[in-house]
Design a protein around this ligand. Sequence first.
Ligand code: ZN
Ligand code: ZN
Length: 196
Amino acid sequence: MVKHPEAKAILDEYIEGQGKRKTPERYTVMDIVLDMDGHHSADEICTMMPPKFPVSRATVYSTLSLLDEVGLVFSHQVQGKTLYEAAFGSQPHHHYICKGCGRIWDLVNKNVEEAAATCRTPRFKKMRCSVYIYGICNVCYARIYRLNKKLEKQRIENMTREEKRFARIDKELAESSMWLKAGKKEKGKRKTNNEK
Ligand SMILES: [Zn+2]
Ligand SMILES: [Zn+2]
């Protein structure tokens, strides 16, 4: 018995059209993926397979790409990895991604949906919108702060590869217009708080 018969119907129709085989393993992968929370790599999804009912890595990978093609999962490219999340029955949402650690968070924002729905796209029919906001999380920001402290004493040539990567992110952050705008707003807020 599959847990998601409606999703199964969508997948079946596609598999039949492609002349591919309908195997019970595919539905096991489908059910597990549609029930999972958050965003996971194919390798992580492999570890979620029930031990009593082994599913090969190849089947997990090929089923994920089928689910992606029919729109039952969304895939996200994060730091060279593909992360999957259930799309079936989920509410429309966007994402923000940390450039330091690669963590990804959901962003639900009506303004983004509205901007996408109302913006003009000449000679083009819109279907869906997916926004990614790239930046730096608090944990990684603290790491950059510590790195800058360390750099006051240490020469740049002595930095590790990872430290160099974070130094590049810091430079990008300093040049980011989005961050500058947010920073100004914050300062403005602080001022009004002091005035109270
Ligand atoms: Zn981070
Ligand atoms: Zn998501």
